[in-house]
Design a protein around this ligand. Sequence first.
Ligand code: HXC
Length: 257
Amino acid sequence: KSLEFIKTNVEGKVGIIQLNRPKALNALCDGLMQEVNAAAQSFDKDDNIAAIILTGSEKAFAAGADIKEMATREFIDVYNQSMFSSWGDITKIKKPVIAAVNGFALGGGCELAMMCDMIIAGDKAKFGQPEIKLGTIPGAGGTQRLIRAIGKSKAMHLVLTGDMIDAHQAERDGLVAKVVPADKLMEEALIVANKIASYSLPITRMAKEAVNSSFEMSLQEGLKYEGRLFYATFATADQKEGMDAFVNKRAPTFKHH
Ligand code: HXC
């Protein structure tokens, strides 16, 4: 089936998903989100792919959920359909997912970026949760993931004022891992993705799983979970290879098992 709202592309071992709905600044209509989830799931299953980049255009990563689509929906419609319930599917992807953000990442756009494992931003990117201006509130993690990323006071400020912050502020606040020149965004995101892709895939999965467990567990449970996964790395050939390579001052060749 041909893609209407996104483009996909493979560069080496990196799968790239580009939101491509320019007339609406990549507003996240239902069809777009279905295509994003399907593409991410297919990259996750593909043995030739080791990392995924989700990006938008120079003007917008995504300007939010589609306001025109939502405007006339009633409570009973959005409640019965559990609107947005499939949005979180991107968080179930096992391979690392990098959000490469240029331009606006607003509302659902900011929430989608936060569902990824890290955000790399072009220096002209802008982040915000402007739902309050529309008479609604964030509905795909903006009141939950944002507070974990930047803390209560800054999250409240964004959610209650609807103000935007720029890429540098977002980096200082801890929302963004790295700010790069806007025209170098994909180049820089690919450098990070390729570096991750050069390591052992199962070990990378375990690292992602361990970090993400911290959101769901107490410190003691999380430390135990981390320990289990750490011990499990010793059952892999790649741990033997990585440590042997260090000891013998050579480059490791990971076999992904
Ligand atoms: C539908 C949108 C849209 C959106 C922009 N467009 N954002 N359509 N949903 N979220 C459309 C505009 O209607 C317009 O179409 C075209 O894209 C270009 O947008 P402009 O407003 O003309 O561009 P500009 O003046 O440059 O302003 C950019 C902007 C502004 C600041 C990003 O578009 C804006 O404020 N957008 C809405 C941002 C927002 O409120 N997002 C949160 C949505 S609620 P036409 O056809 O008129 O030319 C949300 C809830 C999430 O995300 C809940 C859980 C998922």
